[in-house]
Design a binder for this molecule. Sequence first.
Ligand SMILES: [Zn+2]
Length: 292
Amino acid sequence: MQDYLIRATAADGSIRAFAATTTNLVEEARRRHDTFPTATAALGRTLTAGLIMGATLKGDDTLTLRIFGNGPLGGIITQADARGKVRGYVQEPHTHLPSNAQGKLDVGGAVGKEGFVYVTRDIGLKEPYTGSVPLVSGEIGEDLAHYYVASEQIPTVVALGVLVDTDNHVLAAGGYIIQLMPGADEEVIFQLEQNLKEAAPVSALVELGYTPEKILEEVLKGFDLKVLEKKNVSFTCTCTKEGLEKVLISLGVDELEDMIREQGGAELICHFCSDKFEFDRAELEKLIQEAQ
Ligand SMILES: [Zn+2]
């Protein structure tokens, strides 16, 4: 089934909600970066969160999510755009830890409990806007909920889940964000808390075949859900050979000559998608001319 994202409101606009299924794109990320299960879960949660948090982007806007903790995973970097495309990577893809006390993939242990979340919105202004908050648990969902409360004063629930099969493939991935708008009445808050307490983990819902609509219907039971927008989402990188030529030129003539002398060419790998780009001697010589 195609991965997609929905944006919705409920309870006469006092609840704002987003949900996405991301099984295919998280599997694509796993395959591209050869991530081990704990790293797959951490990257998958962050890719899903980036898409959902970027659900209201327009035009050429982008949202970059960076999570830097003190755990063995290093940093997680994802970038989503307005067209539902997301790309991302983790610094140490071969991170895998024993399961945590709940028998789940230990994302908090891999990310670490100390560090920061950075959310950068580039919406075409002179300077992109970056907000940051300290990590709470390293579990990512909780950390991002804290981000919304601390930096935007919006009570927010962030649920993210990735189920990894015994052969390391991604079985199910998805997530949702629920936000309470100012003026939501007590009854709505109480009922929402009850619903969330009873809701199954989002990865379990996706594994059962729940669509984003069905996930929100379940979590927002009794709230008159209105879906406003639906868009397909995918793992897609924006890197090109031309873009990397610019990177090479910026290294300067000496560096390019060294590459020719020592390796007879150059091989660059895009961090975001692991695609490889080869430059032979003749191509590097052409770039040297351009650099001069
Ligand atoms: Zn790329």
